[in-house]
Write a protein that binds this ligand. Sequence first.
Ligand code: SF4
Length: 350
Amino acid sequence: MVRVRRGGYWNKIGLVNLSSKSVKYLEFNEPLYEKYIGGVGLGAKLLIDNTSPRIEPLSSENLLIFSIGPVEGLILPSAARMAAVFKSPLTGFFGESLCGGYIGTELARAGLDALVVKGTSADPVYLLVEDGGVEIKDASHLWGLDTYTTEKELWSELGEVMTASIGPAGENLVRFACIVHGLYMHEKKKLRGGFFGRTGGGAVMGSKKLKAIAIRGNYKIEPVDDGKFIEFRERVVRLAREKLQTLTKYGTSAIMALTNSTGSLPTRYYEGGSFSGYEKIGPEIFNKLYVKKKITCFACPVACGRHSETSGGLEMEGPEYETLFALGPLTYIDELEAILRANDLANRLG
Ligand code: SF4
């Protein structure tokens, strides 16, 4: 019989020690979850309680925590978010990053509230999460691959799974390396993947020789009170449709119009706040020339992601606002085609 979760949490956290190659499971009482609500709250509590502030971010003492909140897995706009929490190798301070797509929902459906990774493996490994359990698997055949190829290999090995992996950037401990979810899934199904893009989680993952996590969820997530939940969801969907129309129409590239007009578009390495080449890379031209399809995270009507294609036929997810400004105005580049190609490369390298 399929297990069903009603009400916020499974009360189960997977604790993986890569040094000793062991897995334990922790249980907490409800007040902890209520006090430190959401993926970031839970992750922050676990990090602070289980590390010392003085640890080196790329040492085996650092933790890499993937955690989700109480509405993850419910059919609700913008609820599809998984947090990665760790001490940041980029800032030396608390590091967190949030990823959309489908991976958080999959963790909820796999029967865990969080996955805590400590220690360092001697050889490359990946984690398989399914049916409330975690297995440590050999990943020596995946080490050196880019994020797209890693996911493709995992799908051919395991069937359809939601993955988060590092590419050469994370393996080589680049301090701003990302953890990438769903490039291959995007290609196969035209769904929105996502990125743990901020504060260098990819380098922490690389320092642990953890190439990927692969999650398959077989359980169901349902609300405690169907009637109240449906009423609440209808309100949220109505508000999202009303207030976020521009995001639906143009994707996150719409944010460029706002920041450029208010003088806050990062330009020429923060020397300026608006860009002379804006018209050549802005949301209108991007959507007109390159966007092929709107894509969305689990259960979200906003669909702010984009599937795009260069004139040479290179198809990809994105680019998002952050990529557009960082590879455009920030570096003083006004060629959209070049930005798209660099976006694809960055996605794959992690
Ligand atoms: S589609 Fe956009 S608005 Fe909806 S959950 Fe994903 S990132 Fe958020």
